[in-house]
Design a protein around this ligand. Structure first.
Ligand code: ADP
Ligand code: ADP
Length: 222
């Protein structure tokens, strides 16, 4: 099954008399092993699309499947469970809990997916992947900017998700950290089992994507 299979997504916002059609029949797939980038101007529907794909928001119409499992049109508790097990999410808002160290943040994400008692060596494997070995016991405020981004990525990858969804994952990073994160995201797809979908403005990230899709006024084009 595709890592992501979204079909004919519609999402409306109603505010008083006004109605905004944020998504107007958006379909997209991410094959296992693919890194797909979405670009689009502000207001084109990117945040809404990511929220619907992650099951944080419900589309009015259409369906979303993650590795074959439908996440759309289910009760919130079921969506949360599928999200925890199958999706890694990197949004622009921080996904780290401030009073928990890096290892505890990772354990929390594992626990949310029903995986209890992760051994310390598994945490170290994950930290090594993102270049944060030795920082397991640092609090988020003790990390430098680039380290925070990598810790956030480690949390997003904590459950080895079928699909990683990311909003500007390299947004405020310097060139070398951006390159490193991009390499990591690309490597995730290379075993041909998992997919990555990200929203970005970065030309470096776009150059590294397998496909680039453009969102405009709630419609997606290749
Ligand atoms: P960006 O510029 O990063 O693409 P926006 O600034 O358009 O994103 O939106 C940021 C957040 O504000 C989004 O989560 C969106 O849901 C919310 N938002 C955008 N437009 C409106 C609106 N007209 N009314 C209420 N919330 C909105
Ligand atoms: P982007 O992330 O590309 O900036 P959004 O998904 O935030 O786009 O917004 C898409 C459209 O939906 C915009 O016209 C925005 O103003 C509108 N919108 C987003 N969130 C809300 C909301 N909570 N209430 C009303 N309108 C919204």
């Amino acid at each position: 099954a595709p890592a992501l299979d979204a079909r004919e997504l519609y999402r409306f916002y109603r505010a008083g008399e006004e109605e905004t059609l944020a998504l107007r029949g958006v379909s997209l797939t991410v094959a296992p092993g693919e890194l797909v980038a979405v670009v689009g101007p502000s207001g084109s529907g990117k945040s809404t699309l990511l929220a619907c794909l992650a099951g944080l928001d419900e589309p009015a119409g259409g369906s979303v499947r993650i590795a074959g499992e439908r996440i759309s049109h289910r009760p919130e508790a079921e969506r949360a469970g599928i999200r925890a097990r199958r999706i890694g999410i990197l949004l622009q808002t921080e996904n780290l809990i401030a009073h928990l160290d890096v290892a505890r943040n990772i354990r929390l994400a594992r626990t949310a997916a029903g995986r209890h008692g992760t051994p310390a060596q598994d945490i170290d494997v994950l930290l090594d992947q993102v270049g944060l070995l030795g920082r397991a016991h640092a609090l988020p405020r003790e990390l430098a900017g680039g380290e925070v981004a990598r810790a956030a990525l480690a949390v997003a990858l904590a459950n080895d998700p079928d699909l990683l969804l990311a909003d500007e994952p390299t947004g405020e990073l310097d060139g070398s950290t951006e390159h490193r994160i991009l390499e990591l995201l690309r490597a995730r797809g290379s075993d041909g089992r998992r997919g990555v979908l990200l929203v970005t403005h970065s030309t470096a990230v776009l150059a590294g994507a397998d496909r680039v899709l453009t969102l405009r006024d709630g419609r997606l084009r290749a």
